[in-house]
Design a protein around this ligand. Structure first.
Ligand SMILES: *[C@@H]1O[C@H](CO)[C@@H](O)[C@H](O)[C@H]1NC(C)=O
Ligand SMILES: *[C@@H]1O[C@H](CO)[C@@H](O)[C@H](O)[C@H]1NC(C)=O
Length: 507
């Protein structure tokens, strides 16, 4: 029963924050006044370990869930006792706000994934659970003190064993991202990298860079924004960019697979323990996207620089020239620009999250003036390795003699594109069989692939035009002949002869 109570509390607090607005100013606490002294030039406070409340749990790959050994600032023997490896890199994982006062289930998952990718590394989990389970604004204010604890820990570790700054990578989720930022600001030298996993929004959207994660806090700061719905400061995740590279998967607002039905299904199959997933699904997706990047190296997701999510959704931003695309997550290319770079990507609704992005450009010719909105289309892509049929797409506007550009994604690698089919569905149950169907003429499709960086032109399979009729047959386009390898030609020939039935012959 208490779990249900917890869920009620979580929802209540989250929605109280989102709908009525958490206080935009951090509640003054007696401790936050002492924080002001930190920014003076004295370094004495750095050596005072007596007020450290956070604990630094050295986790192992064998028992990623358990606190078996703490490294204690001021007690050098604990470094040895925990078998800290001085030769390799260190990941410091920082959790966020919690209602239960316990580590959330993603913590051991991230620890395991870090060890899977870097088996000899050190993974340290910061435990600030007591301060993290307060009323949200209080916990938000505590990020400064926890950041100070982490900075002291890192400074001490560095001084004690001459541990190199460039081997330190802090990873913070939600409020933990701001803790990492504050820690990075206070260390003597910049740490190598901070990864912010959906940094918390309430209390931070309008706060200054000293109170939040910012590009100044490490040599390189990368951020994933996964739950930024609602007006600023009311969304769970911060909306503005706070790193060198800020990735907004699926626009950053809300993640696929996180709708109410899906999460209810998950609760039904995995139990009430996951009740809070309904609220946190999109927020926590940031962690799972990072885990994905650690463990699914063969399915590396790509993100693309774009001025807005609207332009991205039109497929306009799939270029990789001049660092405009980048790997998402662990293997990101550390491109430091003066201003934050906003990047976009689509994902699947489960791991591995990678999809393949395509921009489709098509010009609709017509003799009569036709004008439609929100037309349901189905697009089929056939490639050298695979095919993806009937990908639904709702075309926002469809007008005679205009060009439309849109983004299409597939969750499988179909190889090099050879053929495309475009189907215009009837959007109404009422059909008029005697009515002449509305028809557009299409000469060419232009398709650009983000992942392959190819630009291809597809022309009507037969004759000059393919015809796209509402409720009619699919318009078929094949890749223009030039630049086709013989292997592709063979495959293309097969496609032309058998249409989509080739799948059976290859299985
Ligand atoms: C810290 O040092 C800077 C320049 O090094 C100086 O401008 C500033 O006043 C100092 N702050 C304090 C609190 O002493
Ligand atoms: C569309 O353009 C074609 C030629 O470019 C022209 O023949 C046709 O009349 C135009 N249709 C409309 C509705 O303006």
């Amino acid at each position: 029963m208490w779990k249900l109570g917890n869920f009620g509390l979580i929802t209540w607090i989250y929605f109280a924050c989102i709908s009525s607005g958490c206080s935009t100013t951090i509640e003054p606490t007696s401790e936050s006044t002492t924080f002001d002294n930190i920014m003076d030039n004295s370094t004495e406070w750095m050596m005072d370990f007596s007020d450290i409340e956070s604990k630094f749990s050295f986790r192992t790959s064998e028992e990623p869930e358990d606190d078996l050994c703490y490294i204690v600032p001021g007690q050098p023997q604990t470094i040895k006792e925990c078998n800290f490896n001085m030769e390799t890199q260190t990941f410091i994982v920082i959790h966020g706000w919690t209602v239960t006062g316990m580590f959330e289930s993603w913590v051991p998952k991230l620890v395991t994934a870090l060890y899977e990718r870097e088996p000899t590394a050190n993974v340290i989990v910061v435990d600030w659970l007591t301060r993290a389970q307060q009323h949200y604004p209080t916990s938000a204010a505590y990020t400064k003190l926890v950041g100070k604890d982490v900075a002291k820990f890192v400074n001490w570790l560095q001084a004690e064993i001459e541990y190199p700054w460039e081997k330190l990578h802090l990873l913070g989720y939600s409020l933990g991202a701001h803790v990492a930022g504050i820690a990075g600001l206070l260390t003597k030298h910049k740490v190598n990298r901070i990864t912010g996993l959906d940094p918390a929004g309430p209390s931070f959207e309008y706060a200054d860079t000293q109170s939040t994660l910012s590009p100044d806090d490490a040599l390189f700061v990368d951020v994933l924004h996964t739950n930024t719905r609602g007006s600023p400061d009311r969304s769970i995740g911060i909306q503005r960019p706070v790193g060198h590279i800020d990735v907004y998967p699926n626009g950053g607002t809300f993640q696929p697979g996180c709708n109410f039905q899906n999460t209810m299904l998950m609760v039904a199959t995995t139990g009430l323990r996951n009740m809070d997933q309904i609220v946190k699904c999109s927020h926590e997706r940031s962690v799972h996207l990072f885990i994905d990047s650690l463990v699914n190296m063969e399915q590396q997701s790509m993100a693309y620089h774009c001025s807005s999510k609207e332009s991205f959704n039109k497929g306009m931003c799939l270029s990789c020239r001049k660092n405009r695309c980048n790997k998402v997550g662990y293997a990101v290319n550390k491109i430091r620009t003066r201003r934050s770079t906003k990047m976009y990507m689509k994902t699947r609704d489960m791991m591995p999250y990678k999809v393949f992005h395509y921009q489709v450009k098509v010009h609709f010719f017509g003799k009569t003036k036709l004008s439609y909105t929100d037309q349901p289309m189905k697009i089929s892509l056939y490639g050298t390795d695979n095919e993806k049929e009937n990908i639904p797409y709702v075309m926002p506007a469809l007008n005679t003699n205009t060009t439309v550009s849109f983004l299409l994604t597939t969750d499988e690698d179909i190889g090099d594109l050879l053929m495309v089919k475009l189907l215009w569905e009837k959007d109404t149950l009422i059909s008029w069989p005697w009515w002449n169907p509305d028809t557009f003429h299409i000469r060419k499709l232009r398709i650009k692939s983000g992942e392959k960086q190819s630009k291809l032109i597809f022309s009507a399979k037969e004759g000059e035009f393919s015809y796209l009729a509402r409720g009619g047959d699919a318009a078929v386009f094949v890749k223009e002949k030039e630049a086709q390898s013989s292997r592709k030609n063979q495959r293309l020939h097969k496609l032309k002869m058998h249409g989509s039935s080739f799948k059976q012959s290859t299985e």
